[in-house]
Design a protein around this ligand. Structure first.
Ligand code: SAM
Length: 262
């Protein structure tokens, strides 16, 4: 776990405020933001809605959400001190958000240690549970999330799942593309056991394939083009911008949105 924290510390320092601090695929991050805003809409209608961003990284997503929900209060927590430092720097250049947004250190597996008994109307995780290196720790974080939601509170998690990864690799294989390796610091969730675990803590839980078309366009079609042209993958290639706008179809991406209601 320390190695994983070290990895994110180094990334925060190397990125120096760039939007690539938490993923090289900045359009994927934008797609996550747009999707979270849409799903949070109904939950943040009342004033003083409270939202906790667990594994907030450099806080870019937290800050973007704060712009969309002017009556909501946000806390972003992360176990990497350098990410929290980056998040506070990003907040400092948006001083109008200072009264409603805060960042502090905390571990997803011990939310009580991070926020005490505070409950939130919504809790989000973006690619954070997958950084917890054993299933027991991932499930502990899930329970902590449920315990810190108010009644009918909403958990939204953009996380990677193994079934989607297998399907993506199958589609790539049809185009003679190699499998995409899973990074050493990630443990992908299993769709079935994760939803079974959700049943213990939530009244409803579903997975949405919101990045499926995006992945098909960028990791199958665009990758095949790069192979034909013998050119390196460029995450800023316009196909990413176009792919973001496609309606989701199929199950060709590991990244799915957990939508769970307490
Ligand atoms: C892929 S980054 C995503 C950051 C941010 N959510 C975003 O959307 O850009 C994963 C983040 O989770 C944090 N993280 C990983 N494991 C954690 C844990 N157990 N508790 C708190 N944060 C964690 C990492 O430090 C890193 O900043």
């Amino acid at each position: 776990m320390d190695k994983i924290r070290e990895y994110w510390n180094e990334r925060a320092v190397d990125a120096k405020g760039s939007p690539t601090a938490t993923t090289n695929d900045v359009f994927l991050r934008q797609l996550e933001g747009v999707t979270l805003v849409a799903r949070l809409r109904d939950h943040c209608l009342r004033s003083l809605c409270t939202i906790l961003d667990v594994g907030c990284g450099d806080g870019m997503t937290t800050l973007e959400l704060a712009r969309h929900f002017p009556d909501a209060r946000f806390l972003g927590i992360d176990f990497s001190p350098s990410m929290i430092e980056a998040a506070r720097s990003n907040l400092a250049v948006q001083p109008d958000l200072g009264a409603r947004v805060a960042f502090s250190s905390g571990d997803a597996r011990d939310l009580k240690g991070a926020v005490g008994n505070q409950k939130y109307d919504a809790i989000i995780t973006n690619r954070c549970l997958i950084n917890i290196p054993e299933p027991e720790g991932q499930f502990l974080a899930l329970k902590e999330i449920a315990d810190h939601l108010s009644d009918a509170g909403l958990f939204l998690g953009s996380e990677n799942f193994i079934g989607g990864q297998i399907e993506l690799d199958r589609l790539r294989n049809l185009m003679n593309l190699p499998k995409i390796p899973i990074r050493w610091h990630n443990l992908y969730l299993d769709e079935t056991s994760f939803l079974d675990e959700c049943k213990k803590h939530f009244s409803s839980a579903t997975l949405e394939n919101f990045t499926s078309s995006y992945y098909y366009a960028t990791r199958v079609i665009y990758s095949a083009l790069c192979k034909i042209e013998n050119s390196p993958v460029d995450y800023e290639h316009p196909i990413h911008r176009v792919a973001m706008q496609l309606p989701p179809f199929g199950d060709s991406s590991p990244i799915k949105l957990i939508v769970a209601v307490k």
